[in-house]
Design a protein around this ligand. Structure first.
Ligand code: PHB
Length: 397
């Protein structure tokens, strides 16, 4: 309240006595008016194309979390605005701009594809909009380009692949090649695998790659027998991963296939026998025996009619993280200092196990070794315990 308003108020009080005072007390303050408005949450995710199912699982899981919280986070009703980003980097800045400038979202949750994330990042680094990344793993977002308003509930591309590289060395493999889509997620996961594999004395050949989201795998598969490798590592996800694993099996290659866990995540039913026995590393797996996971899987299945996967977990945890922040400031997102303080300090009981935020605002978490068996990615060990991305170049560190 300004000095002038205070003065005006006291003059009226003198004139109209108690009746006016009572009336003034019931006038809602600016903050109370803002508080009564729903909090606008933009979901910028793929709802079409090869990653459509990933975006849908993230969305359903966020809705599960909101329902568990009685429809409100930090006392605020939520207005959800969905935008299909089509996994197209070229239209990402304009899509993010629509949410931030036209719809004026308070929070942006997005996205899946690393290239699209770069477009979002450009927009939200300038606008300062609170952003939670529920999948895309591009390292820049929580390394050199990290921003105080951007948090992840997922992973960096480096994390699962690094875990797989460690496991591959432990299994005694000596020479490997990485097969992938030629974009940030493919290259960065290949780099994570290579780092661990070479540190353990292994030798990596140059990546075999094709443009995203192409699925013309035959020319790549045809090269593998001539390479003399004893293991093939891969990053593919969604519909592309289904097709790659099937074609790899159909090619009758003798070299075992492994990868970042997305290769067999949410895809096993469609991959069928072709996926049997494939070992991958990821921050989630089937059969994790903790109470949160059991309850979450049941709630997700009730709502979606299908089993949860890592994408669902990351969506649920985006909601959990947002809830921690909003509860700390009673829904007042303008209280940035306390909002970000709470988000940075968040310790979350995730279906994947306990997680926390690294100084660069990426998730510190276990990377599990899994084996595809009978339609499940069964956890068979921990490839890297409590693994944090190095966060290299992040000024928040
Ligand atoms: C990515 O583009 O960062 C990405 C996409 C799908 C995944 C994982 C990472 O499953």
């Amino acid at each position: 309240m300004t000095a002038a308003t205070k003065q005006g108020l006291s003059r009226r009080i003198v004139i109209a006595r108690g009746a006016a005072l009572a009336a003034a007390a019931s006038v809602p303050s600016g903050w109370a008016i803002a508080q009564a408005k729903p909090l606008k949450v933009g979901l910028m995710l793929p709802y079409s194309g090869t990653f459509a199912k990933l975006g849908e699982n993230i969305t359903v899981a966020i809705e599960v979390l909101i329902a568990e919280k009685g429809g409100k986070l930090g006392g605020r009703e939520l207005q959800i605005i969905k935008l299909d980003d089509e996994s197209k980097p070229e239209i990402a800045p304009q899509n993010a701009d629509r949410l931030v400038k036209r719809d004026q979202v308070d929070v942006l949750i997005g996205t899946v594809h690393s290239g699209v994330q770069m477009g979002i990042h450009k927009v939200v680094s300038e606008s300062g909009t609170l952003t939670i990344v529920p999948n895309a793993g591009n390292v820049a977002v929580t390394r050199a380009l990290c921003a105080k308003n951007v948090f992840r509930s997922s992973f960096t591309n480096w994390q699962p692949a690094y875990g797989m590289g460690v496991a591959a060395i432990q299994k005694g493999y000596k020479k490997a090649v990485w097969v992938t889509w030629d974009y940030a997620a493919g290259a960065e996961s290949g780099a994570g695998f290579k780092e661990a594999f070479e540190m353990g004395g292994g030798q990596m050949l140059p990546d075999l790659s094709l443009p995203f989201p192409q699925t013309n795998f035959q020319p790549l598969l045809a090269q593998i027998p001539g390479l003399g490798v004893d293991v093939v590592g891969a990053f593919f996800a969604g519909g592309g991963a289904v097709q790659f694993v099937k074609e790899y099996a159909a090619a009758g290659l003798k070299v075992p296939l492994c990868g970042s866990g997305f290769l067999t995540e949410g895809t096993l039913e469609a991959q069928g026998a072709a996926a049997e026995g494939i070992e991958t590393a990821l921050h989630y797996g089937d059969g994790l025996d903790n109470a949160k996971n059991i309850a979450f899987r049941e709630a997700f299945k009730d709502k979606a009619g299908r089993d949860a996967d890592v994408y669902a977990v990351q969506g649920y945890d985006a909601g959990q993280l947002l809830a921690v922040g909003l509860e700390a400031v009673n829904g007042n997102v303008d209280d940035e200092a306390n909002l970000y303080k709470a988000l940075r300090a968040a310790r979350i009981d995730s279906p994947r196990g306990p997680i926390s935020m690294s100084p660069a605002q990426n998730v510190t978490q276990n990377i599990y070794l899994r084996k595809a068996e009978g339609g499940q990615n069964k956890v068979i060990g921990i490839a890297a315990e409590n693994l944090a991305d190095p966060g290299t170049g992040c000024k928040l560190v």
